[in-house]
Design a protein around this ligand. Structure first.
Ligand code: NAP
Length: 282
């Protein structure tokens, strides 16, 4: 039977580490890290996510500001807001909550954020630096997953890792981070034989958004299973992309949904903002 990977507990530890560093930064250099969150429109999920991010920022002693704009905001107005935050020396991290309304070009907005203040790690400069193996602000969800692997003592070196899903925010950066840690990495997607790829994997990361897509019987005995998926059932329950109960019978470690990967994403956003403040970005 697999051991559960308690993302909630690890995320609390990350926040405690950040808080200690914030206290030191305030005392020694007079810097209070600042996180600016931009939210557009009334998407209920975004409202919840932004609430969680503000709460975590307050807990670790950051300044934080929410800039909420009506869904009718123009692209130019939103770009102007981003530039204003880029130029504000009290702001060390900027996060533009996605999705944005359809008339806004999300890529253009993400690219307008100063790469040094890109708390989400989505800017093309940060994505490119990750690809090149250079220092970069890392996309929060895969960065959090790397921390979870570390916590359970799973060294990816020489292991076969399969990442199911190739989004720019999870799948692709996940594969690159695992590669950087010397795993042999396969990226599977909607045109792949997912079962065949998963069956040979020592580390399985699934970020698709399809309820229980990966069946428990596909999991290699002893594999580490990381489930990024968040699928809301009609009764309100949240389930992942992996058939949890059956996978847990075969895996050595597995993340639950909720309480696995989710809490880590916010914790790493906080960590990224702290690191930007420590680097002295203005
Ligand atoms: P996304 O942009 O929607 O991409 C989904 C990926 O899954 C695509 O690469 C797609 O392949 C692949 N896919 C779709 N159907 C498939 C199938 N039947 N077999 C194999 N691959 C398939 O997803 P995302 O933004 O990465 O999010 C994925 C999931 O993670 C969602 O449930 C999301 O809510 C969750 N998520 C959770 C967190 C967290 O903090 N816990 C953070 C981010 C996302 P193609 O490229 O071929 O279309």
């Amino acid at each position: 039977m697999a051991q559960l990977i308690d993302g909630k507990a690890v995320a609390a530890r990350v926040r405690a580490e950040v808080k200690a560093e914030v206290d030191r930064l305030k005392a020694e250099r007079g810097i209070t890290p600042g996180l600016a969150v931009v939210r557009v429109g009334e998407d209920p999920a975004s409202q919840v996510y932004v609430g969680g991010k503000k709460k975590a920022a307050a807990e670790v002693g950051f300044n934080s500001w929410e800039h909420h704009r009506d869904a009718s905001i123009t692209q130019d107005e939103l770009l102007a807001l981003v530039r204003q935050l880029n130029d504000d020396p009290a702001v060390h991290g900027i996060l533009v909550q996605l999705p944005l309304p359809k008339h806004i070009d999300a890529d253009a907005i993400i690219s307008a954020v100063k790469p040094e203040k890109d708390a989400d790690g989505f800017h093309p400069m940060n994505a490119g630096n990750l690809l090149l193996g250079r220092p970069a602000t890392r996309a929060c969800t895969p960065y959090g997953i790397m921390r979870l692997l570390e916590e359970i003592g799973c060294d990816p070196a020489g292991k076969r890792a399969v990442v199911v899903g190739r989004s720019n925010i999870v799948g692709k950066p996940m594969a690159l981070m695992l590669l950087q840690k010397n795993a042999t990495v396969t990226i599977a997607h909607s045109k792949s034989d997912v079962r065949r790829e998963v069956e040979g994997a020592d580390i399985v990361v699934v970020a698709v958004g399809v309820k229980e897509l990966v069946k428990g019987e596909w999991i290699k005995p002893g594999a580490v299973v990381i489930d990024v998926g968040m699928n809301r059932l009609p009764d309100g329950k949240l389930v992942g992309d992996v058939e949890f109960a059956k996978a847990a019978e075969r895996a050595s470690y597995i993340t639950p949904v909720p309480g696995g990967v989710g809490p880590m994403t916010i914790a790493m956003l906080i960590r990224n903002t702290l690191e930007a403040a420590e680097r002295g970005v203005k």
